[in-house]
Structures are given as C-alpha cells and as structure tokens.
Design a binder for this molecule. Structure first.
Ligand code: GRF
Length: 662
C-alpha cells in the first residue's frame, strides 16, 4: 500500500494496570499485519508488578511506570496519536483528557484521543467486575464496548459494540468468550482510528445528503470528498470538480484518476446512472474499492428484462410477462402488440402494466385502465416516450397488494437487510397523479408475522440466486415487493439506496449502540458484512418531500427558500435535494440559517450573509423526524412543512397517515 498517510509513523500509548492480554493482542495484530514500522507503541502502567510489563518486555515494547499522581506531568510533555486504555484502572480527569482533544472535537468532550474497552454492553454494567455482575444478573446477552473516554466512568461516545448470547456459559466460559471478542475488535478499532479513511461520495440528492451526514460523524473518517453535491450539503466535505461531458466513460476515468491521487479508499455511488455507465468497473480497475454494483449487475435495475430472466431462472416470484422489442417491425404491423395484449386478456382480463425496459428515473411505468389505453400507451412507449429506455418494453401481469421496499447490503456472500420501508411514489394524495421519484417515506413499514416469514424466505432465495449467479459485487440491492394473497412478489430491483427511503432507514440506525455507517461500508468492501450486526432504534421514522410546482415534468426553479429554522423548532432534520446557493437579495438571508443542536450544527446548511438558498429541482428538500409517537412526529413534520416557505411549494398531505402504517 503506497498511501501517504500510512508512511507517517503513528505514536500510540497503551495504558494498562493488570494482565495485559489486550495490550498483547493489539501489538501482535500490528506485527502480523506488517504494520509494525508504521506504529510505535509504548506502554504506561500505574502498577509496578503488573503482568502487562512482562508482555511488554517479551514484545520489546518500551514501558513506563508512572504513578497516577504524576500522570498529568508525564503526559503533558509527550504527544501521541492515540491513547488506548486496556485495563487501566483509573478514571482520567478532564485536565488529562484535554491534553488529547482532537481537532474535530464536537464540543461534547468525547472526541479526544483516549479510548477504552469495557466488557459489557454499555451503558449497562459500568464499572468494575462487569463480567461477573453480568453473569450473576442472569441476563440473556452481553458483549464488549469500545468507546471514547470522558471524565465519567465508562461513558463517552460508543465507537463499536459487539453482542453475544450468554446461554449456559459458566463465568469462566463467559470471561473467555468476552476476551476473545475484545482481542478481535480492539486492535481493529485502533487501526481504523490511526489510519482513517478517505471517502468519495457521488451524488447530489437528499439521499446523498443523509449519507454524507452519517459519514462525517464516523470516527473512522479522515476526509469526505463529494462529487456533484448540491449546495445544501457541500459544506460537509471537499468537492471534487467533476464536469460531465458527452463521453461519460472518460469523465469517470478522470474522476478515478483524481480519486487515486487523493488517496481515496472507497467510492460510494448514490444514483443509478453512474452504475449503469460502469463507474464501478472503472474505479475498480484504478484499484479503488466501491459501494455500488458493477455494470453487469446494475442491469438488475437498468434492464427490466434482465431482471425478469434472473428471477425466472432462480425461482423468485414475479409477475408473468411478455417482452416487446424490435420496435420498427412491432410498430409497423402492430400484430405483435395485439397478440401480447390478447395473452393478458385470456389470462386475467386485466390490462398489463407497461414498463420501459431501461431506466427512466422511476417514471417509466404505466398502469392502463383499459386494453385500448394499453395499446396506445405501448405505441407511445415504443415510439420513444422515454427515449432509448422504452425502445424495448416489458408487459407485466398486474398484481394487487401492499407494496414495500427492502433495502439490502450485499458483499458477494452476505445479504444484510434494513427493515421494510414504504415510499409514496405518486405525486398526489391517496396515490393519485403522476409517478415521481418519491414524495415521502416511512420505516419500518408494518408487516404481519406471516408476511415477515415470507419476506425472509424471499431474501434467502435472493441470496442463493446471487451466489449461484456469481454476483461478485459490493453494493445495494433494493427489492420493490408487493405482498399479494399468493405471497411476496418482486415488482422491481433498484441497485442503490432508495430516495427518500434512505432518509428514514438511516435515521433508525442505532448509533448509540456503536452502529457506524462508515464501518459498515468498510467491512462490506472487505467482504466481511457477516460481522456486521445492524441495530435499529425501536422508533418510527417519517420523511416528507417538499417539491416544486410542475414536478415531475417541469419543476419551477429559482424561488428563495425561507424559514428553514422551523425545522429546529419542531425537532426535524432537513436534507436538501434540488437547491442551490445564489447571490443574496438582502431579504431572506437571516431566515435561512439552519442550526439544530450544537453537535449537529456543523453538519447543517448555514447560508452566509452573501447567499440565499433557492430551489433548483423537482424535489427540493426532505423533512425527517423519528420517535415513538407517530401522531406527534407527523404534526411536527407538517408544521415544519407549512413554515418553510418558497414559491411553488407542493407536498402530499397524507404521508404516514394510512392506518396500516402508523
Ligand atoms: C478487559 O476485560 C477490559 O474490557 C477491561 O479490563 C480488562 C483488561 O484485560 N477494561 P487485560 O488486562 O487486557 O487482559
């Protein structure tokens, strides 16, 4: 690896009072990984006869015996990149913690450079003899927590947490199991904190805003780079200039070269088009890992007929279908259209759904009411209603039932899914009006035990199919499902995070239990998704999209967005999509300042005195909130929606209000 930042030697002080098995595990991990020249370890102990000293001697690690009273003076003259507490039986006062305040200190006092490991699922069982107390308490599960250190015992932001079932383990067996986990996770956290990652995120919608916001909160992030962000969140990273031309392949080559020069470790692709155009293949060639499907597998979304064949071959239930292509001859004789429609007439007497084979921004689907309407729509699709995307079409038997989306992560071996979400595709209330990219979302979507079982079975079938077909990519698979009386059917696949589903799903990720989005992506890229345990808050999350009149065809642009501060008043988060900054008119600037809590502030849009935020696309922004009281959350979201002001503002009034979901 020729990454520059690896060449700088990192200084690490391990602090221990006792046995020192974690000390040894950490040092050995770096030796085994061939990183011992990159990290310089030293040991500090407050116990003259601690066993850890013997381990240090054996490993050739310099050590210091420093009485606790002298610790401050000792540390104040030395600088380390990381201070690792491994069984150091002292509480560190603020004075000492401040010696290692990190530059990205968020004001909460935890982002200093002291970390600790504790043998329980904090905040449960803080303090001494935790394993024994856990065992005596007879709880079902316990685990290990790595966290930043504060002046309070075993507190501070949780970096990672690993759970285990206690089962019938004796105390000794439990201790062994806990230590085994400690020795596995602690060295890796140390490595990730020393060698933080550079990430490039591509895309400029609400989905990318929420992804960016979660990424910048990760302790494992060095620098976030953004390609094509919108002005509402570009402050979260460094924008890489990336002009797009007619030759998109060459543009991606150029972006990959820039990414390489910037030591970018991972590319995260937000939207679908770059996947269709093979950005992942290009970056992979450049030696950069990616979160996103390669060109071949992006076709699960990019070609409806490819997806149909995949499902058919692998026993995945999907609607019966017919493909129409070779437009010139089909349009000329029309016999093929009539023949195809006849098939659906005989089969179920209901006109088929018409889908453009290629991707059409989620809009290339038509649900005709009559066979006559179907015929003329087919002609219009084939005639180029969606350009090249509809020159081939799929006619599909219409299914009836409730729709839900399941977003899964895939690393070539493991399929890990988020809870079901629901997005509201239609423009108007009660699912009327044009198909859009999505006007709102909720998660988790309610499902019965029977539906849950069916969905699990479907996901198992999908996983088997992906393995059988050697789908060797690392990315997202979004299953658009319909729950019919005959079971779960797949309506479509998307190969990216859904927008706006991602806004609600990431809201539910339980950061307080050490679930870190960047850690998930890193593990995915190393094909270690099986080690990730997605933990979710027991809450409900809602997202409402504020759009601009004329959306989806021809949205109004250029209106000043005011009163964003309302979001703060009602405890809502804002994610920006179709917005941009422009020279200030002098009227609205003060109203555009958006700050949430002190900790969140740096991650939110703040218009300065010279700029206004104006609308610049169909879906302008998302209002998101989660909690346990659905009615209250929706009240707050809708009050915010009323207050935020821009010319041409439109939104659905029924998001989240359907009985089965709230
Ligand atoms: C570990 O159980 C750790 O969680 C706790 O102290 C113990 C240290 O063990 N903070 P060792 O000295 O590393 O063997």
């Amino acid at each position: 690896m020729t990454k520059e930042r690896y060449l700088k030697v990192k200084n690490v002080l391990i602090m221990a009072s006792g046995n020192g098995s974690n000390f040894e595990a950490i040092v050995k991990y770096f030796i085994d990984k061939g990183l011992k020249d990159r990290v310089c370890f030293e040991l500090l102990t407050d116990k003259k006869d601690a066993n850890v000293i013997k381990r240090a001697q054996k490993l050739g690690v310099p050590y210091f015996y420093v009485e606790f009273e002298n610790l401050y003076d000792f540390l104040k003259n030395r600088k380390y990149d990381l201070y690792v507490l491994a069984g150091y039986m002292r509480i560190l006062p603020e004075k000492i913690l401040k010696l290692a305040a990190a530059s990205d200190d968020t004001g909460e006092g935890y982002q200093n450079k002291f970390i600790n490991i504790h043998p329980s699922l904090l905040p449960k069982f803080k303090g001494k003899d935790a394993i024994q107390r856990v065992h005596e308490a007879g709880v079902k599960k316990t685990g290990v927590t790595v966290h930043f250190v504060t002046k309070n015992v075993d507190s501070g932001k949780i970096i990672t947490q690993k759970e285990i079932e206690i089962g019938k383990k004796t105390l000794t067996e439990l201790e062994e199991a806990i230590h085994k986990i400690e020795h596995k996770i602690y060295p890796e956290v140390v490595e990730n904190l020393l060698f933080k990652k550079n990430i490039l995120l591509l895309g400029g919608g609400g989905r990318e805003h929420v992804l960016a916001r979660k990424l910048v909160k990760s302790p494992f992030l060095n620098q976030l780079y953004l390609a094509k962000p919108n002005d509402g969140f570009k402050d979260l990273g460094v924008t890489i200039d990336f002009p797009t031309t007619e030759n998109i392949g060459a543009d991606y080559q150029m972006l990959a070269k820039k990414a390489h020069a910037l030591n970018i470790d991972l590319l995260i692709v937000g939207p679908e088009n770059p996947l269709f155009d093979g950005i992942v293949d290009i970056f992979t060639k450049e030696g950069i890992k990616c979160i996103g499907a390669d060109k071949k597998w992006a076709r699960l979304e990019g070609s409806k007929s490819f997806a149909k064949i995949f499902m058919e071959k692998n026993g995945i239930k999907t609607a019966d279908y017919k493909v129409l292509e070779d437009i010139a001859s089909v349009l000329k004789s029309k016999a093929k259209i009539k023949e195809a429609l006849e098939y659906f007439k005989t089969k179920g007497k209901i006109p088929p759904v018409i889908k453009a084979d290629g991707a059409a921004l989620g809009k290339g689907v038509h649900l005709p009411n009559t066979f006559e309407e179907a015929e003329s729509e087919i002609e219009s699709f084939l005639g180029g209603k969606f350009g090249d995307a509809s020159k081939k079409i799929v006619l599909e038997e219409r299914l009836f039932g409730r729709e839900i989306s399941i977003i899964s992560l895939w690393d070539g071996n493991t399929l890990l899914s988020f809870p079901p979400a629901l997005d509201y595709k239609r423009l108007l209330d009660n699912d009327k009006g044009a198909n859009t990219g999505g006007m709102g979302a909720i998660a988790p979507s309610k499902i019965s035990a029977k539906e849950k079982k069916q969905i699990t079975e479907y996901l198992n079938t999908l996983k088997t199919a992906l393995i059988k077909e050697k789908a060797d990519f690392t990315g997202i698979i979004y299953s658009g499902l319909i729950l019919t009386k005959d079971g779960v059917y797949v309506l479509e696949y998307n190969m990216r995070f859904g927008d706006p589903e991602t806004q609600v799903l990431l809201e539910l990720l339980d950061i307080s239990r050490g679930v870190d989005l960047l850690d998930i992506f890193i593990k995915m890229s190393q094909k270690r998704l099986n080690e990730i345990d997605l933990k979710f808050k027991r809450k409900k999350a809602f997202c409402l999209v504020l759009a601009s009149s004329g959306y989806p065809e021809n949205p109004k642009k250029g209106s000043i967005i005011a009163n964003l501060n309302s979001a703060k008043k009602y405890g809502c988060k804002i994610y920006f999509a179709g917005v941009k900054c422009t020279a200030n008119t002098g009227l609205h600037t003060a109203l555009n300042k958006l700050t949430l809590s002190a900790q969140e502030a740096q991650y939110n849009f703040t218009a300065d005195s010279k700029t206004d935020l104006i609308t610049n696309g169909g879906r302008v922004l998302n209002i998101v909130k989660s909690g346990v009281n659905s009615k209250k959350i929706l009240d707050d979201i809708y009050k915010t929606a009323q207050d935020i002001d821009f010319d041409g503002k439109i939104y659905r009034k029924d998001i989240g209000y359907d009985k089965q979901n709230t």
